[in-house]
Design a protein around this ligand. Sequence first.
Ligand SMILES: Nc1nc2c(ncn2[C@@H]2O[C@H](COP(=O)(O)OP(=O)(O)OP(=O)(O)O)[C@@H](O)[C@H]2O)c(=O)[nH]1
Ligand SMILES: [Mg+2]
Length: 217
Amino acid sequence: MHKIAEVEIQHDIMVANRKLAQKNQKILDNSNVFGVDVLGAIGSGKTSLIEQLIQEIKYPVAVIAGDVISKFDAGRFEQYDVPVIGLNTGKECHLDAHLVEHAFHDLPLDEVDILFIENVGNLICPVDFDLGAHMRMVVISVSEGDDTVEKHPLIFKDADLVVINKIDIAEAVGADSDKMVSDVLKLNPDVQVIKTSLKTGEGFKEIMEALEKAKNE
Ligand SMILES: Nc1nc2c(ncn2[C@@H]2O[C@H](COP(=O)(O)OP(=O)(O)OP(=O)(O)O)[C@@H](O)[C@H]2O)c(=O)[nH]1
Ligand SMILES: [Mg+2]
């Protein structure tokens, strides 16, 4: 009996979130904003990647930074003089469409072309919570181990772009980055997978091109 009630509540939450996500996408579309949900493993380089993109992208950019507690990542983005909203999720391990909609109220969306939404770092909870973004970019790194994709398949099935970061340290941590690429493609044959090092710059240009292409589609 107890289990049945839990499933129903969960179901309602998912339905409500999907509706709000659709509403969010309409809000973005009305302001001509391309939304990118940046999700992936903890410490894989999500903030570092967005920081570099902010500096290179020629369009006006804004960021929503999701963290369990604190405003560490929001603080990192603020130094680039772009609109930033830090969202705390408290005990939750993911952003949801309702939280993101609140952040929209405090962003000058009509002056923005690309909105990056950095989700809470992990490969499990954010999967089911559509935020209304146009693109899901999943960032993992070799330091989580080259079996990460096999162990957490769901997040890769819905990804529009997968970044495998920190290839500069692949040898040091004994990870086979090519295996990680082929594991992603087994789950999602059409997705673009880009190997990067944000330390050496390898692969960064391809991410810029992939974003530009997706934005203009
Ligand atoms: N060697 C190496 N280190 C990197 C690379 N990219 C990021 N880092 C480092 O990895 C650490 C974590 O980077 P962040 O950008 O904070 O990672 P994150 O995914 O935003 O982390 P959370 O928000 O806490 O989940 C930092 O010390 C970065 O300098 C890379 O390509 N190579
Ligand atoms: Mg971060």
